[in-house]
Design a protein around this ligand. Structure first.
Ligand SMILES: Cc1ncc(COP(=O)(O)O)c(C=O)c1O
Length: 383
């Protein structure tokens, strides 16, 4: 694959030449746990499927290409990918995470890695002053999520990565909400990019997975070791499904963004809606940074309604086309109340979410149908 080829071309072809044996245009699902060897140590590059599987390699190469990474590693879930990254740190090291990190990220740090000796501080990384205040001599990693889940706040990746690099720390960016089509953290100076491929990359709500991309050789060697040693790898069928979804990432994202813009315009004007969070709104705090580091503003929208938590819970039960469910990034629109669903694990913590907040993953259905569905639900919601 030529390095200069366009994003859409690489999404379809990178790591996926036609099968040399049969000409199959789609990478086969190598549903095997082991690979025959001609003699001890003489094999075709694959020995055992935890260590490597050709279907997984194809996906890893494709995602690495899209993120401009030199090395890519796929995991069984986004959380498994995050866990491998946190294992790069040792007991006594300090990591700074955002106050509005995905609830599962906070839980993994607070309930799994902190008890094993990792120190952490949650800080609002939308301001470099807060980053500086949270910094310690033993800070080895800064974790960014932008746009964040569920507040859609925007962090200046280049500025944080520069600050961290000057002090010898690594910057990680969870790029799940933006995808490499809208934002490329490694180009902006981050060291590690991580995804829940379960979301926009897979794109069809039919598979769970994770990805880590890096440019640095030493980081890659350690991540490859952890992937094999801890063994949280995806199966070949999951890799195939993710790769299949990835081929249409660019066209899906364009439509997600356009539909979200139209839905936001409707929500802002509706009297039952109190506030709308979307980086594309010019009055949003991170709007200018989002313009600078993103191609477009994404398909995730959060909002509050007058009437608080009860009204929010009533609203999400009333939509018909828009499905009440956890997760996001699929072709279908999903709606939820983060405080009671995806972010229940952060209740009472520094990362607690307003119980009146509604999160909407705007799908690629006919946008007028989505707006009509929201209208009927909002019109009967307490003002
Ligand atoms: C921003 C973000 N990061 C990571 C994850 C975890 O990914 P997974 O559910 O694939 O383990 C999620 C899941 O919702 C997420 O939204």
């Amino acid at each position: 694959m030529m390095g200069g080829e366009g994003f859409e071309t690489r999404a379809i072809h990178a790591g996926q030449p036609p099968d040399p044996q049969t000409g199959a245009v789609m990478v086969p699902i190598y549903q095997t746990s082991t690979f025959a060897q001609e003699g001890v140590g003489h094999h075709k590059g694959y020995e055992y499927a935890r260590t490597g599987n050709p279907t997984r390699t194809a996906l890893e190469d494709c995602l690495a290409s899209l993120e401009t990474a030199a090395f890519g590693f796929c995991f069984a879930s986004g959380m498994a990918a995050e866990d491998a990254i946190l294992r790069l740190l040792a007991a006594g090291d300090h990591v700074i995470i955002p106050t509005d990190a995905y609830g599962g990220t906070w839980r993994l740090v607070d309930k799994v890695h902190a008890p094993a000796g990792l120190a952490y501080t949650a800080a609002d990384l939308t301001s470099l002053d807060n980053l500086a205040a949270a910094w310690r001599p033993e800070t080895k990693m800064v974790w960014i999520e932008t746009p964040s889940n569920p507040l859609l706040s925007i962090v200046d990746i280049a500025a944080v990565a520069f600050y961290a690099a000057e002090r010898g720390a690594r910057t990680v960016v969870d790029n799940t909400f933006a995808t490499p089509y809208l934002q490329q953290p490694l180009v902006l100076g981050a060291d590690i990019v991580v995804h829940s491929t379960t979301k926009y990359l897979g794109g069809h709500s039919d598979v769970v997975g994770g990805f880590v991309g890096v440019r640095n050789d030493a980081l890659a060697e350690r991540l490859g070791f952890l992937q094999n040693a801890a063994g949280a790898v995806p199966g070949p069928m999951d890799c195939f499904l993710t790769m299949r979804g990835l081929k249409t990432l660019a066209v899906r994202m364009d439509r997600h963004c356009a539909n979200a813009a139209a839905v936001v315009e409707f929500l802002v004007a509706h009297p039952a809606v109190k506030s709308v969070l979307w980086p594309g709104l010019p009055d949003q705090p991170g709007h200018d940074i989002a313009r600078k580091q993103m191609r477009d503003f994404g398909g995730m929208v959060s909002f509050t309604v007058h009437g608080g938590a009860d009204a929010a819970a009533a609203l999400v039960a009333k939509t018909e086309i828009i499905t009440l469910a956890e997760s996001l990034g699929g072709v279908e629109s999903l709606i939820e109340v983060p405080a009671l669903m995806t972010h229940l694990s952060v209740a009472g913590s520094t990362n607690e979410v307003d119980p009146g907040l509604v999160r909407l993953s705007v799908g690629i259905e006919t946008v007028d149908d989505l707006i009509e569905d929201l209208r009927q639900a909002l019109d009967t919601t307490a003002r």
